[in-house]
Design a protein around this ligand. Sequence first.
Ligand code: PMP
Length: 383
Amino acid sequence: MSLNGDVSNLSSQRPTSKDAIVNLDRGDPTMYEAFWKSAGADADTFIPGWTSMSYFSDATKLCFYLNAQLTHQIRRLHNLVGNAIAGDDRFIIVGTGSSQLFQASLYALSPPDAAEPMSVVSLAPYYSTYAPMTDLLQSRLHKWAGDASKFAGDRYIEIVCTPNNPDGSIREAVLCSGDGKTIHDLAYYWPQYTPITHAADHDIMLFTLSKITGHAGSRIGWAVVKDREVAKRMMYYITLNSIGVAKEAQLRAEKILQVVSDGYENTPNPDVEMKLFHFGREKLAVRWRKLVEAVKASGIFTVPSFEPAFCNFIGEVTENLPAFAWIKCEKNEVEDLERYLKEKGVIARGGIQFGMEARYARISMLDRDPTFDLFLERLSAMS
Ligand code: PMP
């Protein structure tokens, strides 16, 4: 994979003219800027120059660099939303994005003395970055082995992403050997994207600030881990990889998460509605409705459809509103949808990168309004 992953094109250009390229390849969550603008100074972070200088926050703790306030806000948010069991009997490990924690999890779950590397698998279509991250260092510990449904064997790490990037499907592990391990990537298990049907309780669960609040640039993710030995090995990885996570980013994350929870539990001003998950749901519901209309009108594209379910957090039946649209082109002449869209001025990520056919492509639903509107305009003109 080239670095045209979810992390490419970091300078977000705003398409202003009809000739502008609409880049929806990356999952850059700039849709949330509007919410945070309305939060104003309440969401600001101030950091005096002499503070947060030490490597440590609490040297007696396993995750020695983790600020107590951030741990508190993470547990508070899971408790409020009810999407995961993350109480005091679970280890919270913060990473530089959940990307670092993914790599730390692979390290922790791969036995150091095995004759063969652990096979890392995920059901296709799978998040395009899993394969290159697994094989980046061509390690003897683990190797990418592709689609979980095609895997035969006992020694594996299965990554379960639910709701899934790229297609929004709700998933469970497909393999079930006694020696197999799982990593649950729950980046999108939040009420703006999907009904919260239960509190997840898996061995390793990964979350990221990027997709909850949109603060992808702060590079904060966390793992909720059951087993102390696994948590210790993850910490060994992070200690050698980066000796912790920036305190500045932690301070920002704890403030942002506090504002999110306060919006539901402790509203300072009842006239100002600061409900992040409701903001996200409303935006995505409008975008999905418009997208489905445009797709139907085109007659050549399809997108997956989903069963609504009762969301314990919202308190009513809600729809699945994925952060990505997984588009299939039904027109026989179009074998490479990524190329076809590019010719029409839309950059998407093609199906091959997700372990699928090239007639699929993924587009982000989380960009700013002008970009999304221009995309819809272009999609509507395709036939
Ligand atoms: N997992 C999934 C499924 C994702 O979509 C992403 C971001 N695109 C990540 C992990 C990585 O997120 P982060 O910004 O925390 O590294």
